[in-house]
Design a protein around this ligand. Structure first.
Ligand code: ZN
Length: 204
C-alpha cells in the first residue's frame, strides 16, 4: 500500500503556516514503513526538535483505478478514518526554504498514524459532511469539517489518479484543518470521527 497525502487543503491551516491557497492539490507520499497503527507508540525521531501533529480525514481506496472521473470517484472508497500526519516542522521549514522535497520531514518511520476504518454506511453521512477532532491529553486541539476542504475527496481522487494509479488498500490523507502544534514526550493523542474514537497513541 502507499500513503498519498494532501497539503494545504483547508484555508485556515494554509494561513497559519503562511502558505498561499493552492490552485491545485499539493501532493506528497509516505512509504508503507511510515504506518503507525491505533494503540502503537509514536517515537519522536532524534533528528528533530519540533514534531507537529496534523489530524486528517483518511480515505481507504477499495478498487484499482487510473484517470478516475470525479463523477465516479465515490465508487473507489467506502471506508474512512482519522489519522495523524506527523511532521518534523523544523526539518520541513529548512527543506522548504531550499526548495527541496519534504520526505525527511514527512515520510519517516511512524509518521503516518492511521485509525481504525469505519464504513460510510455505518456513519450514515455523506463524506463531505463529516466532523473529526484531535484531543491532546484530553483537550481538543483540532476540529475538522470535511465541508471546509478546498478540494473535496472526489476531486482529490480524480486529480491524483491522473498521475498515480490507485490500488486497493492505498490511503489518502486529505489535509489538516488549523490548530497544528508540537508534541512532547508522554503526550496522549486521540482522534475522533463523528464522535467515535478511531485512533490513539502515546508520544515517547
Ligand atoms: Zn498534513
Amino acid at each position: 500500500m502507499k500513503i498519498i497525502c494532501i497539503g494545504r487543503n483547508y484555508a485556515a491551516h494554509a494561513a497559519e503556516l503562511k502558505n498561499d491557497i493552492p490552485d491545485e492539490p499539493v501532493v506528497f507520499l509516505k512509504p508503507d514503513t511510515a504506518r503507525l497503527r491505533d494503540g502503537e507508540t509514536f517515537y519522536i525521531p532524534s533528528f528533530t526538535n519540533d514534531v507537529h501533529y496534523e489530524a486528517e480525514l483518511l480515505v481507504r481506496i477499495n478498487r484499482m483505478g487510473k484517470f478516475i472521473d470525479e463523477a465516479f470517484a465515490h465508487k473507489y472508497y467506502n471506508e474512512v478514518s482519522v489519522g495523524i500526519d506527523f511532521t518534523a516542522r523544523d526539518v520541513q521549514s529548512a527543506l522548504k526554504s531550499k526548495g527541496l522535497p519534504w520526505e525527511r520531514a514527512k515520510a519517516f518511520d511512524g509518521s503516518a498514524g492511521i485509525g481504525d476504518w469505519v464504513s460510510l454506511e455505518a456513519l450514515g453521512k455523506p463524506i463531505d459532511k463529516l466532523e473529526f477532532s484531535l484531543e491532546k491529553n484530553g483537550e481538543r486541539v483540532q476540529h475538522g469539517q470535511t465541508s471546509q476542504m478546498l478540494f473535496d475527496v472526489n476531486t482529490l481522487i480524480a486529480n491524483i489518479s491522473r498521475f498515480i494509479t490507485l490500488k486497493v488498500g492505498d490511503v489518502i490523507f486529505t489535509g489538516t484543518p488549523s490548530g497544528v502544534s508540537s508534541v512532547k514526550h508522554a503526550d496522549i493523542l486521540t482522534c475522533h470521527l463523528e464522535g467515535r474514537q478511531v485512533f490513539q497513541c502515546k508520544v515517547n
